[in-house]
Design a protein around this ligand. Structure first.
Ligand code: ITT
Length: 194
């Protein structure tokens, strides 16, 4: 089956391509030549995931899903959260975002955080919303070169290394998007069987 992943983020596409079964033909927004920046005007991950998925469903009428994800830091009342991509400004710069996290967390030891991912899914005339999360802590040193975004400063619970050091094999097992994807696969199986 053909499924559109409503994202411009190549890292997310790479993760999902590795996680979904071979019978799902995953197409990104680039693949379908949709270069529009869909405005994320919601105030929650749930709202933004729906905005992105609804846009593609309305415009193309295809089965699709969107992911809105973010880093939620306990000591910052859940920030950067839904604003993770543009925490330090509309330039959406990873380095600036990380610097801002460190500035806001100054003096706090082993700050607790989680990554959360919300998928909004359109299949036929059905709609679903699912999520995945992974708990961890923030590192005050950037470590590792894999992944993207806040991966070099996020240490998942039960590990000593950042996601950027642990690499895709581990992230694809325990990560927030990997967990949401497991649920997506269940929904796809159910949809195919009914
Ligand atoms: P799309 O909206 O096109 O999917 P995006 O990168 O703008 O791509 P989001 O709106 O979901 O994605 O913003 C998520 C931001 O949260 C992202 O830019 C990263 O800074 C951060 N983030 C989300 N998942 C992450 C992950 O697995 N590893 C590191 N940072 C992540």
């Amino acid at each position: 089956m053909i499924l559109i992943f409503a994202t411009h983020n190549a890292h997310k596409v790479e993760e999902l391509t590795q996680l979904l079964p071979y019978n799902i033909n995953l197409y990104s927004l680039t693949d379908i030549e949709c270069f529009k920046e869909i405005e994320e005007t919601g105030s929650t991950l749930e709202e933004n995931a729906k905005i992105k998925a609804d846009f593609i469903r309305m415009k193309y009428g295809l089965d699709c899903f969107a992911d809105d994800s973010g880093l939620e830091i306990e000591a910052l009342d859940g920030a950067p959260g839904v604003y993770s991509a543009r925490y330090a400004g509309s330039q959406k710069n990873n380095e600036d975002n990380i610097q801002k996290v460190w500035k806001e967390l100054k003096g706090i030891k082993n700050p607790k955080a989680c990554f959360r991912s919300v998928f909004h899914v359109h299949l036929g005339n059905r709609e679903y919303q699912i999520q995945g999360r992974i708990e961890g802590t923030i590192s005050f040193e950037k470590k590792g070169t894999n992944g993207f975004g806040y991966d070099p400063i996020f240490i998942p619970e039960g590990y000593q290394n950042t996601f950027a050091e642990l690499g895709e094999e581990i992230k694809n097992k325990i990560g927030h998007r990997a967990k949401a994807t497991l649920e997506l696969i269940e929904i796809l199986n159910y949809f195919a069987a009914t």
